[in-house]
Design a protein around this ligand. Sequence first.
Ligand code: BGC
Length: 352
Amino acid sequence: MNKKIHLALFLFISLLLAACTAGVPASKAVPEKTPVVDEETIKIGFSMDTLKEERWLKDQALFKEAIEDLGAEVEIVAANGDDALQLTQAETLIQQGIDLLVIVPHNAEATAAIVHTAHRAGIQVIAYDRLVKNADIDLYVSFDNERVGEMQATAILDLVPKGNYVYIGGATTDNNVHLIKKGVFNVLQPAIDRGDIKIVYDQWTEDWSPEKAFLNMTEALAANNNQIDAVIAANDATAGGVIQALEAQGLAGEIPVAGQDAELAAAQRIVGGTQTMTVYKPIQTLTKQAAALAVRMARGETVTTVRSVNNGKIDVPSILLAPIPVTAENMRDTVIADGFHTGTDVYGAANE
Ligand code: BGC
């Protein structure tokens, strides 16, 4: 009797083991990339530089939503402006078996190493919002950053056709910063050449820090005995620092200031009169486009684009979305109409 039970158990366990390994070669017992539960589910890795500025929180939430709407999965990491951390986080995503990597580089040059690592693992890489330099990046999806700068300068030059200008740039490690500055000077240069306007201060802002922008603007004011007629700042965070420095001299609202991003604080400053304009970049369009392309590429589809941007190594197939200039006049028709901010948030419940 005992012997019969042992034999039955032995046969049952042998059958079970045979069923588990049938048809699976030993080296492939664990799938390399796809999750065990559902082999069809595409998994995208999203490596972000930072969540410091308000816009990146929108990018994070809307990109996740867009990927999930497409029936795919996304793993999101942010590196707090730390190059070494961004590299390790990306390597971890690659080891976890993502099908494609989307990256917002902190440092345009340093992230080339991430592209090489991903490619060695057979994973394509999309540069999101910011270009990766000197690497075989597969696709670049962003806004037209040169246009951003042109829009800023056009708006300010209309108001101040003659006078002393201050330029407060962004972080030099970010490729967008150079494109924005190029756009600004495309528009300003003829007025500079005519002698109508003079750039009396021109400085970058390390890591886009509003505190550094405040210090730079304070320096610009001191060096020019407050004789400044207009300021162009590379984004709303740095424009915030500039306006604090103007406030300290009782000049906020007296001197036109441009920014970009349509951050809530900037929208409030615009309707309040201390900031002149911002450039609105509909993040919802960027996330949807990037997510759709990421999933298509991860499925093996070839994506072709009309435009390309040279990154020092190759002409990267590129999609550059249109930015929109925003002042107090078109605030309702743009950021509020799109639901980017509510009227109550921008104007306050009492004034809406
Ligand atoms: C983005 C801006 C942002 C800035 C700072 C740039 O690359 O295009 O929208 O304000 O980085 O994070």
